[in-house]
Design a protein around this ligand. Sequence first.
Ligand code: ZN
Length: 386
Amino acid sequence: MANVYAKKRYKIKYKNLALLLAIFLLLILLISRGCSAIFQKKDKDPLQTLSSDDMNSDQSEASTIQMTTDPTLQTSYTFDSVKKTAADLGEGDLVLVNNKIKYLGEVTDEGLDVVREKKNSAYAVKDYTVLVRPEVMDALNRMMLDFYNATGKDGVMVNAGYRTLEYQQELYDADLKSTGSDTSTLVAMPGYSEHHTGLAIDFTVVENGKYDQSKINQGDYLWIYENSYKYGFVNRYPEGKQSLTMIDNEPWHFRYVGVAHATAMHNLDYCLEEYIEYLKNFTVSTGFLSIKTDDGSTYITYFTPQSKEETTDIYLPKKSPSPQSKELYPYEISGNNIDGWIVTFLYEQGAGSVSPAAPEENEAPVDGNGEGEVTSAPEDDGGEPA
Ligand SMILES: [Zn+2]
């Protein structure tokens, strides 16, 4: 009897072992399938920072590839990828350029809009030499139209946009000459100015034939200061951030970074130096940053550090977790002009994202003639700093 029992127990143990082994093998299969769905990569070149530990190796396939309602849970996405090289670091709306960080991008006149030709009648522009990137042109037109509709003021003039290296050198030399100093706290060194990017503009205010840059954050014009983030602009050299920006407070200098990032910078009260550093906390392996804009849209953003290899894989989330699906969220990739790229994608379009109405005919402000309206000479040369 004892012998029979022992034999039976042994048999049961053996059976259990086989069952456990089968379950184990099944689990391995499920996990590996789950991971390949996440990585979407067959070659042996996965992102350095993206290990299976970071992602979801301890979860079942279902939980790894299902979309969740929390857009910051990056583990629920499947990705496609594109490659970037060091030459792309200076491309995009989030480049950080300052007195220590030289602009790596290249801008030519052909890629820029002539503000004088594209602007609406809600504001003026210095002359035909003021150029900006197309995305800046569009945002500027919408912002100035809304400003005019809100205040009835049409005295804002765009004084400066894109600058060449040569022109920045002239401004820099002139500032050193006037101050007698070795360095400038108002004009950036050639190659180190945001104005090289086509993403920066300087405003001035024209009232009674006189130019006054300092008025841009006073009275009715304060509207621009307070609302610019909704259009993608930030005041680039704010009061209190001089030690970080290395430029004196300049109320008139605005920089385009896109609506999502301008909103985040506004809410966090960060200057671009702080914000670019802050974004490094959000990666495919550590988690995404979700930004809700005033129009109700949700954007998601994260940083990808530059790889030690020649190319860096930038991961882009797909709309559907299905391996067959190729559709991506609308996205933008921008280099930070230092050491990596920032991906921003539109997770959900807000209900409030509608175009503003055009001003009524009979209320139309200046006829778009930036030059002819002002007869007297400017009080100063417009400054054109930084
Ligand atoms: Zn400027």
